[in-house]
Design a protein around this ligand. Structure first.
Ligand code: C5P
Length: 222
């Protein structure tokens, strides 16, 4: 039996990419499969937590036992996450949220001959994690950072900027790490301790380590 150290803890996990449509058949997105967040949700449930998973479009199956809310766009993910976070003890944001969305999304399919020369302009999507950081209260907030350089430095600044308890940073340019692979090599960045580099391991094992940290962070808080 898994340890029940998260019994009674309400956790919101976000996972997967978002899609920002410009017309019904075209969108911008990213290669996230949702695996990292799905593994966190599964492990949290095994350890006794009550889990809400806000899940972007993915081909992977959502784990048993978790309450799944499927979303498509960053705006939908924002609304579902803020709502679910209202009575949560912790939010873990593993989703790869699109930072931009096409400014105008039309309801008809743009024709090939009309679309090619057309400039597309973008608007910024809401930063869900930063919004939660502003209204943090006692909630534990854990974010992810996919970086291609200065992983620790950029990670630290993200931790501060978004008012997080922990940031899980990875160098997505490293082999076998990041998007669409089953392994990950991450650094844990917290407010007090020195950054901790974990070896390359499966995303399931990374998930377990993240929850060990959550278990430590919650001591004396709830
Ligand atoms: O700023 P950056 O996108 O690198 O930060 C990554 C972290 O912020 C991830 O935890 C991601 O889920 C979260 N994020 C978010 N809303 C956005 C963009 C990123 O919650 N619009």
């Amino acid at each position: 039996l898994a340890p029940q150290d998260l019994a009674g803890v309400r956790i919101v996990v976000t996972a997967g990419p978002t899609r920002e449509h410009m017309d019904p058949v075209r969108y911008i997105s990213n290669p996230s499969t949702g695996r990292m967040g799905l593994e966190i949700a599964r492990s949290a449930w095994l350890r006794g937590a009550s889990v809400t998973l806000v899940l972007g479009p993915t081909a992977l199956e959502a784990p048993l036992g978790v309450n799944v809310r499927r979303v498509t766009t960053a705006q939908e993910m924002y609304e579902a996450t803020v709502e679910a976070a209202a009575d949560a003890h912790a939010v873990i944001k593993a989703a790869a949220v699109s930072d931009f969305a096409p400014k105008d999304c039309v309801t008809y399919k743009v024709k090939k001959e009309d679309g090619a020369g057309q400039a597309c302009s973008f608007i910024s999507t809401p930063d869900i994690l930063a919004a939660l950081g502003k209204e943090k209260k006692d909630r534990i907030l854990i974010g992810f950072a996919a970086e291609t350089e200065d992983v620790i430095k950029n990670g630290r600044s993200k931790l501060e900027r978004k008012n997080l308890d922990m940031l899980v940073a990875n160098d997505i340019s490293a082999p076998d790490s990041g998007f669409a692979v089953t392994t990950n090599q991450v650094h844990f960045i917290t407010r007090e301790a020195e950054p901790q580099a974990l070896p390359l391991m499966s995303k399931a094992d990374v998930a377990w380590r993240i929850l060990d940290k959550l278990s430590e962070l919650k001591k004396g808080r709830f």
